[in-house]
Design a protein around this ligand. Sequence first.
Ligand SMILES: *Cc1c(COP(=O)(O)O)cnc(C)c1O
Length: 431
Amino acid sequence: MVDPRDERTGSAPPDRGWSLATALIHHPYRPPAGFDAPQPGVFKASTVFFPSVAAMRARHWSDRRGYTYGLHGTPTSFTLQERLATLEGGSHCTLAPSGLAAIALVDLSLLAAGDEVLLPQNAYGPGLALARDELARYGIGHRLYDPLRPESLSESWGPRVRLVWVEAAGSVTMEFPDLVALVERSHRSGALVALDNTWGSGLAFRPFDLVPGRSAGQELGVDLSVHALTKYPSGGGDVLMGSVVTRDAVLHRRIEQTHMRLGLGVGANDVEAVLRALPSLELRYDAQDAAARTLARWCARRSDVFAQVLHPALEGSPGHAHWRVSCCTAQRPGGRAAGLFSVIFDARYSQAQVDAFCDALRCFRLGYSWGGPVSLVMPYDIQSLRAPWPAHLARGSLVRFSVGLEAVEDLQRDLEQGLRALERHADSGQG
Ligand SMILES: *Cc1c(COP(=O)(O)O)cnc(C)c1O
């Protein structure tokens, strides 16, 4: 006797007595296997069919060789996870609904009541708020360290520090830390290191292999790399997603357990958008890097207006020497950097004048985020982010630029006309 179940679909053959509604749902036609095209298919599912009870019992949600439920993975999400692990130089990847959700996932996977987490003083603001206002409610403490002084890690240390966050570079004030020193100190003290790698995007440096040339198994690197895919990988300013990548199978398992229990699903259409944008990631990153450096250097020449230009690749920017070590290689002596920089206006300009500058810009739109096609500008209040005022930052109003894909000449002209609006604002006596 031949098994009446269809080999490919596992479904029973159609019953001629079915009504139309049933026949449309259980229609026997299946397209032939083997369709191949540049982009992988978009698989959308909550339910995943099992061919038999025995097959259902034999599958486990964490086993990547089979499918159990949409929340635990589809061919589409598995494909993106594999590519992101490759991008960051890791071996395992977990997806989360936003970059911030990925940060929260790491915190909640690795920390318990009584533990402490260390964050840099220039930490991504919402990540700091998460520690201060949410983790604290679960009895998890946090302390801050100075990212430019690795010794300050030891000064901030306590017996219950389990996790250290590092950011390279800081996303508003752009300090680039000594990653090797921070990782070494943290590991020596028995803590795990998680990097927010949104700025580096897996391109500027290798987070799991910070000292190039070390043999396999001897690498020095972070334990986990978190990435806001919202930025460069999505590339369009239209997707929210985050990832957690590691090389450690045991750590990955802890992240996956918590991920499963928290129910952090991502939509297949969003995954597809990131998959579509990944092939041009490197081109976009390099183009935005080049344009941002051009504009940052132009601003640096306008020392009559700007007290400080913050871009790790600029000589004199805080942590520039560390950026050189991490991001410049023999093959790429000019290094890589995200298309992001901040300026601090001379203290003689009022906040109202700086606001008028931001409002006058036309290519640079006022908005959060970066890595998309549209250049963005955002004023930040250092006083409210960092008290006391850091010694390495000039006093004055800070504005961050995120450089998109427009022609750099147009962006420079936009800055020029913005500066004229700033001066006019003073002339009209409203400053
Ligand atoms: C944007 C960003 C995040 C958070 O990503 P979302 O997807 O917006 O939640 C985290 N870290 C850094 C450095 C970011 O720039």
